[in-house]
Design a protein around this ligand. Sequence first.
Ligand SMILES: *[C@@H]1O[C@H](CO)[C@@H](O)[C@H](O)[C@H]1NC(C)=O
Ligand SMILES: *[C@@H]1O[C@H](CO)[C@@H](O)[C@H](O)[C@H]1NC(C)=O
Ligand SMILES: *[C@@H]1O[C@H](CO)[C@@H](O)[C@H](O)[C@H]1NC(C)=O
Ligand SMILES: *[C@@H]1O[C@H](CO)[C@@H](O)[C@H](O)[C@H]1NC(C)=O
Ligand SMILES: *[C@@H]1O[C@H](CO)[C@@H](O)[C@H](O)[C@H]1NC(C)=O
Ligand SMILES: *[C@@H]1O[C@H](CO)[C@@H](O)[C@H](O)[C@H]1NC(C)=O
Length: 485
Amino acid sequence: MWDQIVLGLLLIPKLGLVRESTHGKFLISQSNLNEISSSGYKFYNYSQTIDHFNYRPESYDIFQQRYAINDKYWGGAKNNSPIFVYTGDEASLESVIRSAGFLVDNAPHFQALLVVIEHRYYGESNPFGSRKQAYQNTSTLGYFSSTQALADYAQLITELKKNLSANNCPVIAMGGSYGGMLASWFRLKYPHIVIGAFASSAPILYFDDITPENGYLSIVTKDFQETSKSCYRTIRESWFEIDKFGLEINGLSVLSQIFHTCRPLNNTPELKDALASIYSAAAQYDDPTTQPVNLLCSGIDGAFDEATILERVFTGITPWNGKKQCFDIDVYNIDDSASETAIGWYWQTCSEMVMPIGCDSNDTMFQAQPFNIYNYTMDCQKKWGVTPRPHWMTTEFGGHNIKSVLRNFGSNIIFSNGLRDPYSSGGVLCNISDTIVAIYTTQGSHCLDILPATPADPEWLIAQRNEEVKIIERWIAEYKANIIA
Ligand SMILES: *[C@@H]1O[C@H](CO)[C@@H](O)[C@H](O)[C@H]1NC(C)=O
Ligand SMILES: *[C@@H]1O[C@H](CO)[C@@H](O)[C@H](O)[C@H]1NC(C)=O
Ligand SMILES: *[C@@H]1O[C@H](CO)[C@@H](O)[C@H](O)[C@H]1NC(C)=O
Ligand SMILES: *[C@@H]1O[C@H](CO)[C@@H](O)[C@H](O)[C@H]1NC(C)=O
Ligand SMILES: *[C@@H]1O[C@H](CO)[C@@H](O)[C@H](O)[C@H]1NC(C)=O
Ligand SMILES: *[C@@H]1O[C@H](CO)[C@@H](O)[C@H](O)[C@H]1NC(C)=O
């Protein structure tokens, strides 16, 4: 009943110091992927500038950036019909298109042209030819940043509009998760290119000291607590049970047996990290159709009567093994066999996207694991030879005092969230002005509203999307009134 599909688009975080413990994998029901709206898109290459911010000779180099266009519903340049641009994120163009359901679902209504652009260093958009060369070291990875990516989008969209003689067509940026952050930043940095941005589940405030570090894990905890108190208590106590075995002679081999691990455990943290990754992913993608948290807790609560705490946990996580007969804890490591999303995002978090996620006390269902920038930095230096810049995102894009800063300066941004999504703790959850608005649902999970609509969608999700559509309609109407005036 539980199909596991690896989509690159959206990430669960690297937890605290144990950076290698997580993965770029999420679970989504098969039904959400039915009729994936990939049809109607045609793929193109664009000769993109490698370095937008420099005049050294090598900065004139170009690479082939992939993008896709769907003009099936477009009302055309003559009618000033809108252009929806999905600001591609940490995945291949194909998987971004699969997730970007909101665009194709609403294109007929808006008679919109759809454009999806692949983020540099993902999919086939590798500067320096191959992926291997692009990722070899900081000499080539140095061009891998959000500011370069936004400049790519600005340049490509500007030229595309010229080519289509569509200069008066309003463009709206859209994206989810990291793509949502990019969409909102694009509106703030390039207001002459996009008239508005729809940013779904964009944790633009999870930087620096703006959001408490335990925001993410507190919401994971809340999701489990609300689903089942006993399940929550079992998980909360399980860490200490694991620690007890860790202190015993042969304790690790007993743990390996209890959890049916595919290989013998080397230590307890690798087991705890794998479990924490599963709980985080379940909470982040706790969609109303498949309800992974409920599924997990049904296993834990429904284990046989005499089951020990760890036997209960094992029962709960068994569906996550997929077709495997054993618990593959290495799936949750970022090694050479990890997905391109996991590896690329690892670089991004080690350079500029430093999100301090941890928990400094015992108030979540996880053991205390404070975010420690020293350990984080050591790990990044070891892995990539790079020192993270934890203050750069707020310096470049803001975030502190966002309300007073954006109230007078910005306009036309939708920040949408689902409050069951742990990343909503770093999202914009209050209305900043009449046109910079927060649209959230209490039951929603990560990026739910931008994923393809399905017949099983609950009323509150339909209402959220309808509200978003209405707001975008207003932006376009106002824009059209102004160009005619
Ligand atoms: C884009 O360019 C790459 C090589 O740089 C090529 O392999 C690919 O076929 C091109 N794709 C399209 C749609 O032209
Ligand atoms: C990266 O690798 C290339 C090719 O091996 C080498 O020429 C260059 O010096 C390296 N750069 C760094 C920063 O290590
Ligand atoms: C615009 O047209 C030129 C000339 O045909 C082409 O080389 C370029 O790739 C086009 N760019 C975009 C973004 O469509
Ligand atoms: C944390 O909570 C657990 C479960 O309630 C408890 O057993 C443990 O002693 C607590 N640890 C600390 C350091 O307070
Ligand atoms: C940082 O790393 C050291 C060495 O591995 C470890 O002893 C310490 O507990 C870590 N600190 C935190 C806050 O995780
Ligand atoms: C923000 O304003 C919109 C109306 O534009 C409203 O629907 C929404 O509920 C408001 N959000 C919050 C968090 O108050």
